[in-house]
Design a protein around this ligand. Structure first.
Ligand code: ZN
Length: 467
């Protein structure tokens, strides 16, 4: 008998975690951190599964909502390997270290505030885990190649397939022995968009007995936003004509490298004059190095660029900024420049300093290329607020604010249906996870009514038996 339990990303989008028990083997697929405010306490709940008893942990990709609780599992006794792609293993290392550092800073800040106010907060004044826990986690990462079925434990086969979401991202195919037959389970992980730069397209499957699929955009279509590169060139030219700086808040993984890729193509095609471009984020710089080390994940176009001696992730003019002093020096410069810095929603990091120096200058542009959550500084700027608070001071927003859509890392409804459309016959059951309740339910209704499939939208901690 096979038992599957949904331990996260149920009718919400973070905390991906699934427990699978089959013929005595115990597996965990992903162990993501919950990030929505109302679900944060789930990060602190004791595991319903004893980590010590797990035979394997399988990781789909390096985003924190898919791998972020790994050090907590280790803290609670996990000793077995965590299987993922080689590129993901390298990215997971960066992401977990970063997460431990952020938690340590948050805790210090919280303790200080609570001491001052003489009260206690809702969550414990300690981090979920520390750098020490991360160091104990890293040796457990076990890289596996794409598209090769490997024996996991007790005759269970596992293959990782490209998910097209971020570098190293994978869909997980499991083959479970059962009474002389085998059953096939597919976990989609996060499904990327077709035709993204650098990485390959999502893999598709012709058959499976059970499928667990994400549904982030289960009820939405990405508008056709046209040619991203042409829009980027437009924004750059307009800003340079005015003699100002172009400031771009970036996400360290994937979005930063995609931008570098587009800029590199524009420079090499002679459409963009060589000019200073700063990548001001130590994390994004390290991630870019991981990209350079993992060409095996590149798509044909990026591979061809390399074969013909051009780097898809570098060009004359690109300056990678590491130290704080170098970062500060950018704002003493006179000539116009492109400044890319983290964090992507402007809630922390070096981007705030660059906003302080540029947001009140009408000749500058602030360009958004990623989703801005409600309540973040990025969202306030994007929403057109005439003033915003940065570092405790009110700032006039006089810079031009621009946005380029089309960079999303997730397939939209049409993409999800395209992925499902490759199955030659309906699986016995399709489980929809990793989507807000209304997105997941809307997609479920469509697949049930139009395709006639069995579809379930699981609840938190729901257990299903697969036979
Ligand atoms: Zn993701």
């Amino acid at each position: 008998m096979v038992k599957l339990q949904f331990l996260g990303a149920t009718r919400q989008v973070t905390g991906s975690r699934y427990y699978l028990e089959a013929d005595g083997a115990r597996l965990l697929i992903d162990c993501g951190m919950f990030q929505e405010r109302e679900f944060l306490e789930r990060n602190w709940e004791p595991n319903t599964v004893r980590p010590r008893n797990l035979d394997r942990v399988l990781l789909t990709h390096a985003h924190i909502d898919h791998c972020g609780l790994a050090p907590k599992l280790v803290q609670e006794g996990l000793r077995s390997p965590m299987v993922t792609t080689a590129a993901s293993a390298d990215l997971v290392e960066l992401v977990l270290r970063d997460s431990a550092e952020i938690q340590a800073e948050d805790v210090a800040f919280k303790q200080k505030r609570h001491r001052k106010e003489g009260r206690r907060g809702k969550y414990p004044e300690k981090p979920l885990y520390t750098l020490k826990d991360v160091e104990r986690t890293l040796p457990l990462l076990q890289p596996a190649p794409y598209d090769r079925m490997v024996d996991l434990h007790g005759g269970i086969g596992c293959a990782l397939h490209d998910a097209g979401h971020i570098l190293g991202s994978a869909m997980i195919e499991l083959s479970l022995p059962s009474n002389g037959q085998s059953r096939r389970l597919v976990f989609s992980g996060d499904i990327g968009q077709w035709g993204k730069p650098i990485i390959r397209d999502p893999s598709v499957f012709a058959e499976a007995d059970y499928v667990v699929m994400e549904s982030t955009y289960g009820n939405r279509l990405h508008a056709d936003h046209g040619d991203v590169e042409a829009q980027l060139l437009d924004v750059i030219r307009q800003t340079m004509d005015q003699g100002g700086n172009l400031v771009i808040p970036i996400f360290a993984i994937e979005r930063a490298q995609e931008l570098i890729y587009h800029l590199s193509r524009l420079v090499r095609a002679g459409q963009l004059a060589a000019m200073p471009v700063f990548l001001d984020s130590p994390m994004a710089a390290e991630v870019t190095e991981v990209f350079r080390r993992h060409r095996e994940c590149f798509d044909a176009e990026a591979a061809e660029m390399i074969a013909s001696g051009r780097s898809p992730l570098g060009f004359p003019g690109l300056k990678v900024v590491r130290t704080v002093a170098e970062s500060k020096a950018i704002n003493r410069r006179q000539e116009p420049a492109i400044i890319m810095a983290t964090s992507g929603m402007c809630s922390a990091g070096r981007i705030k300093h660059h906003l302080v120096h540029n947001i009140s200058r009408p000749d500058c542009t602030i360009l958004f290329v990623g989703y801005q959550s409600r309540g973040t500084l990025g969202r306030q700027i994007l929403d057109g607020n005439p003033t915003v608070r940065i570092h405790g001071c009110s700032r006039l927003v006089r810079a031009r604010v621009a946005q380029i859509h089309g960079f999303s890392g997730h397939a939209d409804r049409a993409g999800l249906l395209r992925w499902l459309g490759h199955f030659q016959k309906p699986p016995r059951q399709l489980f929809l996870t990793h989507g807000e309740e209304e997105e997941a339910l809307a997609l479920a209704a469509y697949v049930r009514d139009e395709l006639g499939w069995n579809v379930t939208v699981p609840e938190y901690q729901q257990v299903v038996e697969l036979d």
